[in-house]
Design a protein around this ligand. Structure first.
Ligand code: HEM
Ligand SMILES: *[C@@H]1O[C@H](CO)[C@@H](O)[C@H](O)[C@H]1NC(C)=O
Length: 505
């Protein structure tokens, strides 16, 4: 998923050992001026905003009018507040944002279908795009409407099934962590391994080679300073934000995007400065690579990394439908940001669950050893897709980790126009009215609760709240929901903005 600094504590932050403390916030004058101006605008907006049916939905009691429930939401364990709220209020409920605003939280499959599959009538919140753009520019994940359609068309060929499978040997060539750890274990009886850090470097190297045919060398020494630069922005993206920061994010949510944009582009805070610095480091390499790929293509010796495929797809478009150089660079930033820590954190969670469950570990190991025995017998040394596809328990463990630990534990949207959300089950409002569908007004903020949907008993079985890979093998999981690109999970989002890299992941 994309770095989204509003969701700061998000998701991935809870990788064991990855809970960072935010550096103390300085509040210079411009910051205060921004807040004052914003307050005036917000009060005006709230004044003129229509009352909606959302206000009458049940939901948690806010901490205060000023903060709503945003602190409880962000300061709890990852996704925990949403799981708790769902248990209390069901699949559709209201949560107070800052200054009395209402946010709609949804884990009802039919409602999610509408939200993610109705084209651009519910969009990503413009202010979140602004935040993400600081790091990535105008890439696939941060553009909307027609621009998004254009980006998506040019990107799609590079992310297809066959390409993803052809990268298996590259990924395998970097998968030497177990050897490193074994080596360490020879010297000592027991070792403590910082798995998130290993996986982060591993994934940076893999993305570099697969996406750009470029060697970052993160696993052995970080020559170009890439992983250092990238990890310097992790606290900004993943750390637990202070109350004050949450308040400012809450304001941005309701302010005109143009104002947020101005602030983001020019505010001299240390965090924003560092974002621009990291952006420049990556851009310098990216610019050189784009030029090289274009030359390779012209000389008829194009490779099969994602960037080469993008340059090729772009070359077959008319100037009006193609990507500019800035957009192409942005797309490289996007892939780095969207594909790196997401995948690394999912790996960390897998190891975490295995460490808790000796029984799962034994079964998984047995299946892997058996497959390697078969492969040895036919003189094969490298895995291909065919072998993975014939390892049902391994796949079940992977699906279960993706279900149980979605690194993007929610994704937020806002309604572009008035519309009606269909519901799988009727809901009852506070005033006792039964609703079989829910009208929402223009500008309504809608949060798809991925964590809660992924533990929906109707979809994943009555024991959905425990980690149990068997559910994928014994027919417990419903297969007719048709949500999400993979295994009916919401982990990769759904619809026209679903994760384009899920096969790769
Ligand atoms: C386990 C790993 C991953 C997870 C859980 C994940 C999750 C997601 C989610 C939830 C979204 C949609 C966000 C929204 O709807 O607001 C998304 C979008 C995206 N992902 Fe991933 N992702 C993963 C790996 C990757 C990889 C490896 C790549 C690229 C190589 C990638 C590239 C993207 C891009 C470009 C988008 C934006 C798509 C669009 O807006 O059209 N992701 N991802
Ligand atoms: C994409 O193609 C157009 C021509 O259709 C070209 O002007 C543009 O420079 C190309 N972009 C990149 C990054 O190569």
């Amino acid at each position: 998923m994309l770095p989204d600094m509003s969701q700061v504590q998000t998701e991935d932050s809870l990788t064991p050992g990855l809970r960072l403390k935010m550096p103390p916030l300085q509040l210079p004058v411009h910051y205060l001026a921004f807040i004052a101006l914003s307050l005036a605008l917000v009060i005006y907006q709230l004044w003129t905003r229509r009352k909606t049916s959302i206000a009458d939905l049940p939901g948690p009691k806010p901490q205060s009018f000023l903060f709503g429930s945003v602190c409880e939401h962000q300061h709890d364990e990852v996704g925990a507040a949403e799981l708790k709220w769902r248990a209390q209020y069901g699949d559709v409920y209201r949560v107070k944002g800052v200054l009395g605003t209402n946010r709609l939280f949804v884990s009802d499959p039919k409602a999610i279908r509408h939200i993610h599959h109705s084209g651009y009538i519910i969009r990503k919140q413009p202010f979140r795009n602004e935040l993400s753009r600081l790091l990535v520019g105008a890439g696939l994940g941060t553009v909307d409407g027609e621009n998004h359609r254009r980006h998506r068309r040019i990107n799609s060929p590079a992310f297809g099934t066959n390409h993803a499978r052809s990268y298996i040997p590259i990924v395998s060539s970097y998968a030497t962590l177990s050897k490193v750890w074994q080596q360490k274990l020879k010297a000592e009886d027991s070792i403590v391994v910082d798995t998130p850090q290993y996986f982060s470097k591993f994934m940076l190297d893999v993305i570099g080679e697969v996406a750009f045919d470029y060697r970052f060398g993160a696993s052995d020494g970080d020559a170009a300073g890439f992983s250092a630069a990238l990890s310097s922005i992790l606290p900004q993206i993943h750390a637990v934000p202070s109350d004050m920061q949450l308040f400012v994010f809450g304001l941005m949510e309701i302010l005109p995007a143009k104002l947020v944009q101005l602030y983001m582009r020019h505010a001299p805070t240390a965090g924003l400065r560092n974002s621009r610095r990291v952006h420049n480091i990556i851009s310098n390499v990216a610019r050189r690579l784009v030029t090289e790929k274009a030359a390779d293509l012209a000389a008829g010796k194009a490779k099969r990394d994602i960037l080469s495929l993008l340059v090729k797809a772009n070359a077959s478009e008319t100037p009006r439908t193609s990507l500019s150089e800035h957009e192409m660079l942005s797309q490289m930033h996007t892939i780095m940001q969207a594909g790196h820590e997401t995948t690394a954190n999912t790996l960390s969670w897998t190891i975490f669950e295995l460490s808790q469950r000796q029984d799962v570990q034994n079964k998984l190991r047995a299946e892997i050893y058996e497959m390697e025995r078969v492969m040895r017998a036919r003189g094969q040394t490298e895995y291909t897709w065919t072998e993975f596809d014939a390892m049902p328990y391994t796949i079940a463990v992977m699906k279960e980790t993706l279900r149980y630990h979605p690194v993007a534990f929610n994704n937020a949207r806002e309604a572009v126009c008035d519309q009606v959300l269909p519901l799988s089950k009727p809901i009852v409002t506070k005033s006792g009215e039964m609703l079989t569908e829910l009208p929402i007004a223009k500008d309504q903020i809608v949060v798809v609760s991925v964590a809660a949907y992924n533990r929906n008993e109707d979809v994943f079985g009555s024991d959905a709240s425990v980690f149990n890979p068997e559910r994928w093998l014994d027919g417990t999981v419903r297969t007719d929901v048709q949500l999400g690109p993979y295994a009916n999970l919401m982990t990769f989002g759904s619809g026209h903005r679903a994760c384009i890299g899920y096969r790769f992941a």
